[in-house]
Design a protein around this ligand. Structure first.
Ligand code: FAD
Length: 458
């Protein structure tokens, strides 16, 4: 009997899963394995909101495998040691897994390959599982990666994605392999009050609903903060409960300007992934340093705390930060505004903001989070690094009657219309009704706080 292990990582699904398909084609029995990796916890990456989503994903994956005659094997510990143990216990000669882009993922792959080969086993790593166009598949003439999105997107669009694969009908798992129970979301402490549910079943439902009634209006509505008219598929892409390849095929099949704009946005994900794969240090270091003298956690402590709590006195920023606290998710326009406010207006080191986002975001992702933060901080791939988003003009444009602020900042719920965006201008009884909503932490001039201007003169 010939056996292969399929190591699931950020690809927690049965549909369109090349490692699973290859293992089923090449072996009589397979071991679908997930390791609750101590290394991820040690790296501080096991945030409660993501652990809860992960628990849903593992339960759903186990249920899907059981419907097909198999089951998920769950282990905890060092991922390399656990995979080697399972391979030895079952006599598997091959392990299949997805390629991924972070330095952690790249190191994991190298360590695993070495350990398996030392035992006389093989590691087969599959591209196009966690993204659409793999890092390095398209490059400019003079570099190993694209540093600007528009030319990248042109080349990305010319790469036909591989065909999608159906979910397997049946799966045979060897008898007698020890496994932990898949974890349950109820055992995870410290989650946000209203985070999304995880799992492939949930992701596929959301995708179907999105293609039926969301995507057509995406181009016109994706920046409408109150309309909440984006797909909210990011956690599913992050955990791989949806395949990005399948998503692009199905979005394109729905055609129209909404679909084109949506696919372009999905390409941003691959763009950041190819930057991070080529420059893994950009997770921590400026991609293009501009020698900023950021205010640190020590010098800007109170401002940072106000930002984290959604009490900066700028209602649109506070609404976005409170959405993050409540849902573990934030609208893209809110992320841009919150990041611009911290990095440009308060002139706080982008790493402070990126860390806070990673502590809460269900879709928190090293490539997308760190590189979007760098884009907004002016140290990344933005071709206009001095760009500042003025929270008041942006609020009037993307939340014109204040419905988004009213939803998330109850102190201001009684203020009518766009006046909600500048509560310090309210008078008399209307001002009194805003209760303990704070005054602005900083005055603005062209969207900038005084800090960067002051440092600029140093
Ligand atoms: P939609 O608008 O429906 O877009 C569809 C998909 O395209 C998203 O699910 C996502 O996978 C991809 N996408 C959209 N916009 C971007 C973008 N700017 N960069 C990369 N991919 C994109 N996204 C994450 O997935 N994880 C993060 O940790 C993350 N951190 C961010 C931090 C900051 C400061 C900023 C400005 C953006 C960040 N983003 C991150 C990108 C983006 O905000 C989210 O992907 C998006 O808001 C998710 O909502 P959605 O699924 O409804 O997006």
């Amino acid at each position: 009997m010939n056996t292969s292990v399929v190591l699931f990582t950020a690809d927690l699904r049965l549909h369109d899963h090349p490692p699973l398909r290859a293992a089923l084609d090449g072996a009589d029995e397979i071991v679908p394995l997930f390791v609750r990796d101590q290394g991820v916890t040690d790296a501080g990456f096991a945030a409660p909101n993501r652990l809860a989503f992960l628990a849903d994903c593992l339960r759903d994956l186990d249920a899907g495998l059981r419907e097909r005659g198999g089951r998920l094997v769950v282990r905890s510990g060092d991922v390399v040691a656990e995979v080697c143990k399972v391979a030895a216990e079952t006599g598997a000669d091959e392990v299949h897994m997805a390629a991924d882009v972070s330095s952690y993922a790249q190191l994991r792959e190298q360590r695993l390959r070495r350990a398996l080969e030392a035992d006389g086993r093989r590691l087969t790593v599959h591209e196009t599982v966690t993204g659409v166009v793999p890092p390095g598949a398209v490059t400019p003439a003079s570099s190993d990666h694209f540093a600007v999105f528009t030319p990248y997107f042109r080349r990305w669009s010319q790469q036909p994605p591989r065909d999608t694969l159906g979910a397997p009908r049946s799966i045979r798992v060897p008898e007698g392999i020890g496994s932990e129970e898949p974890p349950s979301r109820s055992t995870v402490a410290g989650t946000s009050p209203g985070p999304a549910a995880g799992g492939e079943t949930e992701g596929r439902k959301r995708l179907t609903a999105w293609l039926r009634s969301g995507i057509a209006a995406y181009e016109d509505r994706h920046d409408d903060l109150a309309g909440d008219a984006t797909s909210r598929l990011s956690p599913h892409l992050h955990f791989g409960t949806l395949s990005a390849v399948e998503l692009v095929h199905r979005a394109r099949a729905s055609s129209g300007p909404g679909a084109e704009a949506f696919v372009r946005q999905v390409a941003w994900r691959d763009f950041h992934r190819q930057v991070l794969a080529a420059r893994p240090a950009a997770a921590d270091d400026d991609y293009r340093t501009r020698h900023d003298q950021w205010r640190s956690e020590r010098s800007a402590g109170e401002d940072i705390e106000a930002w984290r709590e959604g009490r900066t006195g700028y209602p649109i920023v506070d609404a976005a930060m409170r959405q993050l606290l409540h849902e573990g998710w934030m609208h893209n326009r809110g992320r841009l505004l919150a990041a611009s406010f911290l990095a440009k207006t308060l002139y706080v080191d982008w790493r402070v903001g990126a860390r806070h986002f990673l502590e809460l975001l269900v879709d928190g992702d090293v490539a997308n989070n760190q590189l979007n933060w760098q884009w907004m901080a002016g140290t990344g791939t933005d071709t206009r690094p001095n760009r500042v988003l003025n929270p008041i003009t942006q609020a009037k444009r993307f939340d014109p009657d204040g419905a988004y602020v009213r939803r998330w900042v109850p102190e201001l719920a009684g203020v009518r219309g766009a006046a909600i965006h500048e509560p310090w201008k309210l008078l008399g009884a209307e001002r009194a009704r805003t209760g303990d909503y704070p005054d602005p932490v900083v005055e603005l001039a062209d969207g900038l706080g005084r800090f960067k201007r002051a440092r600029g003169r140093d």
